[in-house]
Write a protein that binds this ligand. Structure first.
Ligand code: XMP
Length: 509
């Protein structure tokens, strides 16, 4: 395994992705990780990430310098390189201006980290400070016209520093450089596959849970389904899943999910129909955060009531993913964590005195999908687009009524059908409809109408942290709009959302 020390670069998750794409397991850890913890993890190599700070800033993140005495290869990228050089007695020059963008790399030594790479190749720079003097034992292995020490090595100790970013696609041979470091220098075996992950994870769950019982809130989404399948493979009937129908799901979704889950996951599932409770409590509420709080609270109450009926439960399973963990441990705190109070079952373990198991907490979304496929999860579940816990409640802007719920369900069903038929469902991170709280004038036949407006949102994204509005073909958008206006009584206008995240969010509320 490889440890990536997180100095706060926006590219950190990319480093982890690249390492894992090479079938090598890695974890991102904060800079204040204790040296003894590193020793007990016993990584085959350490990568020091980039970061927005200058080592001259008082509060710049620092790792324990003892990492350089562990006898483990270290690769410092950008700020990581500067931290390494500064820690080992070299000198970093404070920048007058930043160097940002493409730079032609002149490689002096086409071996080690630059094995199988041409003498001249493109690199992507994004740095302020630069290295002025190397510590003893280091030599320059590449330069650019602006940066004399663009890459350096200490061959004896297997320390490498790259001033540019090998993890981004703008450095076309970056992946080969990382492979050279990981396989050639650290000696990692490329054995990390979803099959191995599953086997390892199943035995870990068995060890943790023993003969106790586990409950899991099943939403029908890929994360909770894959968690359920994995845990079921580990402990069988000792897992009980609870599916709460909150009355805020898409058209026919509760019914269809129930059929698929029953047919496909041969797991203990309790289906609880609680729509009335949710819809009654939401009456008259317009504030998005209030909606979330109400939904979260009722969900907890319903879930707890059901969970208490099961004897000897000691664990609660959750489908937490790696980006959530990285966000909350990042050197600079998660930027998005307070924007919306995402509804999850976070309060439950404390309330019910349960221990948490989160078998997916070191995986990215696409890895979870691959794991699902490896475990034999049905395609429709593996490829389901994410759906928020509060469901349609945060897609009906303003007051929620049964009438508006059913209106949105009809609109959304047409949209989804068309997106699927056109072959876009898997290409999009999410695609959905929103019902607006205003009316507009239209004309149908000879008559004036004054009806609702539906908005359509379709985005591409890798992890929902950022998202771009999808450039769907105009013909498809036109067709969707025609169908909605013709088939859904009460809608006379359809608009397409062309904003990206940030500054917008994916959901409207
Ligand atoms: P935003 O709107 O913050 O959404 O860009 C990012 C991702 O999170 C989903 N989302 C939620 N999921 N409870 C959830 O379980 C919520 O309250 C919630 N709000 C947003 C959203 O669908 C997108 O995938």
């Amino acid at each position: 395994m490889i440890l990536i020390i997180d100095f706060g670069s926006q590219f950190n998750q990319l480093i982890a992705r690249r390492v894992r794409e090479l079938n090598i397991y890695c974890r991102i850890v904060p800079p204040d990780i204790k040296i003894n913890d590193i020793k007990s993890i016993n990584p085959e190599g350490i990568i020091l990430s980039g970061g927005p700070s200058s080592i001259y800033e008082k509060k710049s993140p620092k790792a324990d310098k003892k990492i350089f005495s562990l006898g483990i290869p270290v690769l410092g990228i950008c700020y990581g390189m500067q931290f390494m050089i500064n820690s080992l007695g070299g000198r970093v020059k404070k920048a007058k201006r930043r160097e940002y963008g493409y730079a032609e790399l002149n490689i002096r030594k086409m071996d080690g980290i630059f094995r199988k790479i041409n003498k001249n190749t493109t690199s992507w720079m994004s740095h302020g400070d630069s290295i002025e003097k190397l510590p003893a034992g280091f030599s320059v292995i590449a330069s650019t016209s602006n940066t004399r020490i663009a890459a350096a090595e200490n061959l004896k100790k297997s320390f490498y520093g790259l001033q540019f970013h090998p993890e981004v696609e703008h450095t076309p041979r970056g992946k080969t450089m990382l492979r050279n470091f990981l396989v050639g220098i650290c000696g990692c075996k490329r054995t990390w596959t979803m099959k191995n992950f599953a086997a390892h994870s199943i035995s870990q769950i068995q060890e943790t849970v023993g003969d106790k019982k586990v409950i899991l809130g099943l939403s029908g989404g890929v994360d909770s389904s894959v968690s359920a399948l994995l845990i079921h493979k580990a402990i069988g009937r000792h897992l009980t899943c609870i599916f709460v129908d909150n009355g805020l799901l898409r058209k026919n979704e509760a019914k269809r999910l129930k059929e698929t889950l029953n047919k496909h996951l041969k797991i203990n599932i309790k289906f609880i129909s609680a729509g009335n409770k949710f819809i009654t409590a939401l009456k008259g509420i317009t504030d998005p955060e209030k909606k979330r709080k109400i939904i979260g609270k009722i969900f907890m109450d319903v879930f707890e009531l059901e969970a208490k009926k099961i004897k000897h439960v000691e664990f609660l399973a959750q489908g937490t993913l790696y980006p959530d963990i990285i966000e909350s441990q990042s050197a600079f705190g998660g930027p998005t964590s307070v924007i919306k109070s995402h509804h999850n079952v976070g309060g439950l373990p404390l309330k019910m005195k349960l221990l948490l198991i989160e078998p997916l907490k070191y995986l990215f979304k696409d890895e979870v999908r691959r794991l699902g496929a490896t475990l034999g999860l049905e395609e429709s579940l593996v490829w389901r687009q994410p759906f928020p816990g509060p469901g349609l409640a945060i897609r009906i802007i303003g007051k929620i009524t049964r009438k508006r719920l059913s209106l949105l369900r009809e609109i959304d069903a047409i949209l989804l059908e068309e997106i699927k038929t056109a072959g876009y469902y898997r290409k999009l991170w999410q695609s959905f409809a929103i019902l607006l709280p205003i009316k507009s004038v239209g004309i149908m036949g000879d008559a004036r109408t004054y009806e609702n407006i539906a908005a359509i949102r379709a985005v591409t994204s890798k992890d929902a942290m950022t998202a771009d509005w999808a450039r769907l073909p105009h013909k498809l958008l036109g067709h969707i709009s025609n169908r909605i206006i013709n088939e859904v009584q009460g809608v006379n206008r359809v608009v397409y959302d062309i904003s990206s995240k940030p500054p917008s969010t994916i959901e409207w509320e």
